[in-house]
Every structure is written in structure tokens, then in C-alpha cells.
Design a protein around this ligand. Sequence first.
Ligand code: MRU
Length: 341
Amino acid sequence: MAHERTGPRALRWDGRRLHVLDQTVLPAREDWLELSGAQDTAAAIARLAVRGAPLIGIAAGYGLAMEVAALPGLGTLEDGWALLRDARPTAVNLAHAVDRVKAAALAAGPATMAAAARAEAQRIHAEEDAASAEIARRGAERLGGARRLLTICNTGALATGGRGSALAVVLELHARDPGVHVLACETRPLLQGARLTTWELAAAGVPHALVVDGAAPGLIARGEVDAVIVGCDRVALTGDVANKVGTYPLALAAREAGIPFVVAGPTSTIDRALEDGAGIRIEERGPDEVRTAGGALLTLPGVAVRNPAFDVTPAPLITALVTERGIAEPPGRATIGALLA
Ligand code: MRU
């Protein structure tokens, strides 16, 4: 198996079909879904069965490859590409991946389109696996000595290739220093921290505690955190970062407390066409994700809801952006430009 490795993993390509762990039912159940084309892959991405910026790029690449394998042709390619690209708006990895697979298929032509698309999807997967290992190494070197870490959402193997982005750095720090301890924000409303990050940390034997999102800034202010480390869904050329909603208050608290606020992610999350964070489209998800938890109603049934899935942290609040190509510190036009050169 091309991407066999130890530890949890979120998806498996068998050469023909994509198998994904349904992240909506973790940790209660470990259900695997078999995906066969653009439609079911886009649906799995939209309902967060598959999630995390790099992982939705990998899955979407395979989704488009499976679509053109079933019926090679320009119409299939164009329709599958559009469907997958629209599945979620904020993480740029999704668009990057399907654009790459489409370009490879177009360059190959009808006779070899399916093979070219599949090869490109596998290349994206392999690149993300390799990026994760480099991010873990570089991030752990940058944050060496930090023992009490705080993170939000899930940025581990369930969200990326390899072992993750921010969580891969945490795992590497723990491998180097068993005294490392993690505060994991629960990440309302879909509880990626409570359900997925604790599951990964427990599997890896990393000591941790779960905190409600609202508690995190106060714990940072009380001196209980050495560094905050988070992932990213889209990075602008100025270094502004979109990530899971609740990230921005952590950055403000870290700045006030004088501790590092570090963002980790592959360069596939940098949007070369985006000047600054004001241009990032923030996904607004449905109201029932906020009105309910685990199927139980938490409020009045018809209460008005705002449910932005992400927020934008301005570059001046970010200490460093750790990528597989190097660290942009402080993140800004010059340092990010150097990474992309
Ligand atoms: O809505 P999600 O669960 O897809 O959001 C994921 C995040 O915000 C992650 O922090 C980000 O994608 C980075 S994953 C390495």
C-alpha cells in the first residue's frame, strides 16, 4: 500500500476506489465509507465525513480521478471538477487539488486522461504525506522547550496526509520530550477537538485535557500555556490566516500573554492569488449544527443562528508560519514570497 504507515489514518486509496473514515461518527464508531466518484466524494466533504484542509484536497483529487475513470471525457471532467471545487469554499487546498488533477487530465487527452488524473491524485497524496513529516520536524525545532501547548480543531492524521500539521508538531514535540501536555479546545459546534483531537492524542499516548473554547483565552492569561499551535485553511500573501472559528481569540490572548502563536500547514494552503485575509470567503454552515448537539436540541427550535465555520487571524498576531519548505517568521509578503519562490 502506497501510503501505509502507523497511527490513525483517515483515508485509503485501493487503486480504484477511495475509502474514508466517516469523521462525523468518531470516536463512537469507526465506520469506513467507500467513495466512487465526484458526487459522493463532494457530498462526503460537504457533510464533513472527510474534513481538514489538506485532506479534502487529497480526497477531491481522487474523487475527480474516479469520475473520469468511469467515463473519460471533457464533459465528465468539467462537471466533476466544478462539483468538487464547490463542496466547501474556505480551504484553498480543495481548489488547488482539483485544478491540478483537471490540468493533468487535459494535458493527457481523452485516451490517457483517466491514468493521468489518477497519477496526479496520487502525487498530491504523496506530497501531503511528505509535507507533514517536514512540518513536524521544523515545527518541533521552532517550538523546542515548549511543554504546555494549546490547540484548536483537529489538525492530525484525520485532517491531512501523514500525521498532520499542527498536531504533527505536537506529536513530534512529545516524542522528543514526554513532559509535553496539550490543552485541546473542544471546537464548537462540530467538536473536532473533543471528538477527533483527543482520539488522536489518546492513541499516541500524549497527555492532554479537553477545554471548552471559551476557557482557553483565560487559561492562556493565567500563564498555563507556553505556546498556541493551530492549523490553517487559507493563507493570504500578507500572512493573514483563515482557520477554524475560535482561532482568532486564541491569537489575541497569546499576544496579550506574550507567548508564541504558531500556525502550521503545507504550502498547498497558501493562496497565491489572495492579497490579504479580507478576500477570504468564510463558509457559513447550517443553523442546526449550533441549535443541536448529538441530535439533542439545545435551544428554541427556530432560534436565529450565525454559524461561520472559520475566522481570520491577521498576520501581525502570528509569530510564525511553519510549512514543509521553511518557516515564515514573521509571516508577511517577504517571508511568504521566499517560501513560494
Ligand atoms: O471544518 P474543518 O473541520 O474542515 O476545519 C478544519 C480546520 O480548521 C483545520 O484547522 C485546518 O483545516 C487545518 S487541518 C491540518
